[in-house]
Design a protein around this ligand. Structure first.
Ligand code: PLP
Length: 258
């Protein structure tokens, strides 16, 4: 078994494709720490102060058991207010947020139409989802609408979901969010926007993000709804937008498995 993996690594090395972990060095053109928060003295001081006052350094368990702390809830309430959302739910990484959203919210009988260039974590979520998924050409709202129409024509009765990023980090282009939102409204679809790179990285993207479509404010399904899945899945959810904002931990981007 291990020989198989060793041979695999040797094959990658022979093709100059073997990746290794290296210590951080030189100027940072690669991380997602756009605002330098990872080493900001005010954050470090706030953490030290909180720990000094007895805030635990680990959750000790799942939040559904004994791992939920008033600090978590205060942070989520503050984030919801800051982002102008109904509610927010924190995950330990953007990767897990995307996996959780796509694996749990779309139901059997739904359709996920995703932009061809969404991050690998969205692909992982779709692999776990009971909904079927289909790719639409990059940044092409017409292709998204067409995919939904074709699915309806083929008898699709569930809820369509549209999964995109607002700012694509590999090419630096932004999604036509207003048009995508219009498609979502027209087809009673849910729009999921992965904001891993947008809020902190450019003023333009931040403006797009604050005003997603025709001046309407985004709505995030309340965290409570995660616990009320039956109510959620019985009726058809109304058109809404879910914003997934990654924490910016990893600097590399795994290739999606197709
Ligand atoms: C678009 C996108 N979504 C999600 C993620 C995952 O975020 P995290 O590194 O916080 O797990 C990344 C990471 O680079 C990303 O680029």
């Amino acid at each position: 078994m291990l020989d198989f993996h060793r041979a695999d690594l040797a094959r990658l090395a022979a093709r100059d494709r073997l990746r290794v972990l290296a210590p951080m060095a030189g100027k940072d053109f690669a991380s997602n720490d756009y605002l330098g928060l990872a080493s900001h003295p005010r954050l470090a001081a706030a953490i030290a102060e909180a720990v000094g006052q007895g805030v635990p350094v680990g959750s000790g368990g799942s939040r559904l058991l004994r791992g939920n702390h008033p600090e978590h809830e205060a942070l989520e309430a503050e984030a919801a207010a800051f982002f102008g959302a109904e509610a927010s739910l924190y995950f330990s990484s953007g990767y897990t947020a995307n996996v959780a959203i796509l694996a749990t919210l779309p139901q059997r009988g739904d359709l996920i139409v995703h932009d061809a260039l969404v991050h690998a974590s969205m692909h992982e979520g779709m692999r776990l989802s009971r909904a079927q998924s289909v790719a639409a050409a990059h940044n092409d709202p017409g292709a998204v609408a067409q995919a939904i129409r074709a699915w309806r024509d083929g008898g699709g009765k569930g809820t369509p979901w549209i999964a995109v990023e607002s700012l694509y980090s590999m090419d630096g282009d932004t999604a036509p969010l207003a048009d995508l939102y219009a498609v979502a409204e027209q087809h009673d679809a849910m729009l999921i926007v992965d904001e891993a790179h947008a809020p902190a990285s450019s003023e333009r993207a931040a403006r797009v993000w604050q005003r997603p479509a025709s001046g309407s404010s985004p709505s995030i399904p309340a965290a409570r709804r995660w616990g009320a899945k039956a109510r959620w899945s019985r009726g058809r959810p109304s058109s809404a937008t879910i914003w997934s904002i990654a924490g910016g931990g990893s600097s590399s981007r795994p290739r999606p498995r197709r």
